[in-house]
Design a protein around this ligand. Structure first.
Ligand code: F6P
Length: 412
């Protein structure tokens, strides 16, 4: 990993120092029985190891490494990367306070992020000493591919025809909501919680909706550059791309920069290869979807749409600790849109905040206007009205983690 990702702050992954640390609740860990975080580490991660193992004809070396990882994440202590690993120094700094401890005791966000790094290592994604037959083979590609070819995507693409002639404002709202709810289609979320995936049938609700502020920041014909920090590929990235096309075609933005992950992460997170797959899926579709795909393909060629990546997107750190080059990048955007649950946790901090803490206060450090589009799939949330919060808390539903609720929050 590059030197552009801060290393000196690594200790903070396990501690509570840093700017304005005073009033912060402690970072979430996974040691509380029955907690959401514990379920992810105790159930979801082991299930994912087995799914990846079953999806490829890996050799003995990869199977042994997966066995060792499974033992470590269920019963063992967190082990560091091997000294010869390309990113050993980064993780040595970020994990300084975590190695040797139980996976359940260290910060949840750190443990998840490091789990994905270790899983990639076990299946040889980074090769050994720059070599290796499984180098660069995305272990999650079969799941992403199946989703992209599935009936749900087919139907969603067909539905674009009906929207093509809708008034611009109606279309804008529909596409913003499609991008928002696309975040519920997250393959990691489905690994051990099919009952949650079935929550698609449940009537969904917005717990905060600052969409009017979002559109105010992007007046038609303005010189705006919009940064979109993508989350999942497939069923989320397709509506993200359709929204981006709308921003460009209706002149809400002159330019869009789409930020993706540099390597496979949290199962279905989008990388450049996934953007290409989605664009192909769009261009090969009939009707409006195909036209949108064609426009986006051309926008890539002219630079109106640019795809970028940065090692920080796979770092176990909050955005508050982003490196200067990324800070500069976001500072230059009219608006940065962060998609998804993990980006939200990294944006506001992975801590059990009082849910009425103002979103603007938690994101004041962010360089420029920022919007979060997220379905709620973990405990962290801020920016709620007291009455809305009380109603949710009294509902008895798992509204924070089940993906049935969503939010659009904006800090101008
Ligand atoms: O794809 P998203 O929306 O970032 O969601 C990923 C989420 O999945 C989990 O890994 C498990 O639910 C969360 O910890 C994380 O926030």
């Amino acid at each position: 990993m590059g030197d552009r990702v801060p290393r000196t702050v690594g200790g903070r992954a396990g501690a509570d120092s840093g700017p304005a640390a005073g009033a912060r609740p402690p970072v979430i860990t996974s040691d509380e029985p029955g907690s959401f975080a514990r379920g992810v580490l105790a159930d979801r991660h082991p299930a994912l190891v087995q799914q990846v193992r079953a999806a490829f004809p890996y050799g003995r070396r990869e199977h042994e490494a997966l066995d060792a990882l499974l033992d470590e994440i269920t019963d063992g202590a967190v082990r560091p990367l091997a000294p010869e690993d390309h990113d050993h120094a980064d993780w040595a700094a970020w994990g300084r306070t975590c190695f040797g401890r139980s996976w359940f005791e260290v910060p949840f966000l750190w443990a998840e992020s490091y789990f994905y790094r270790r899983l990639l290592g076990a299946v040889g994604y980074f090769g050994s000493l720059g070599e290796g037959p499984w180098r660069g083979v995305d272990p999650f590609a079969p799941f992403k591919r199946a989703e992209l070819r599935g009936d749900a995507v087919e139907e969603e693409l067909r539905a674009l025809d009906a929207l093509a002639d809708a008034p611009a404002a109606e279309r804008a709202t529909a596409l913003l909501h499609a991008s928002l709810w696309g975040n519920r289609a997250d393959l990691g979320f489905r690994v051990s919680a099919p009952e949650r995936a079935a929550a698609e049938d449940v009537v969904s609700a917005l717990v905060a909706d600052d969409s009017a502020s979002l559109w105010r920041l992007l007046p038609v014909g303005g010189p705006s550059t919009v940064a979109v920090v993508a989350d999942n590929a497939g069923r989320e990235l397709i509506p993200d791309l359709v929204l981006i096309d709308h921003l460009l075609a209706h002149r809400h933005a002159r330019r869009v920069v789409l930020h993706v992950k540099p390597y496979p992460y949290y199962v279905s997170d989008a990388m450049t290869a996934d953007v290409v797959d989605c664009l192909r899926r769009l261009t090969e579709a009939p009707g409006e979807a195909g036209r949108i795909g064609g426009r986006l393909w051309r926008a890539m060629g002219t630079g109106d749409l640019e795809v970028r990546t940065h090692p920080f997107f796979c770092a176990p750190l909050p955005y508050e600790e982003m490196p200067d080059d990324l800070r500069g990048e976001f500072a230059g955007a009219t608006l940065t849109v962060l998609k998804g649950d993990l980006n939200y946790r990294r944006l506001v901090g992975d801590r059990p905040w009082d849910a009425t803490t103002p979103f603007a206060a938690r994101t004041a450090y962010f360089p420029g206007a920022v919007a979060a589009l997220r379905t709620l799939k973990s405990d962290v949330v801020v920016g709620l009205e007291r009455t809305a919060l009380d109603t949710l808390e009294h509902s008895g539903a798992a509204w924070r983690t089940s993906g049935t609720h969503a939010l659009i929050q904006v800090r101008a």
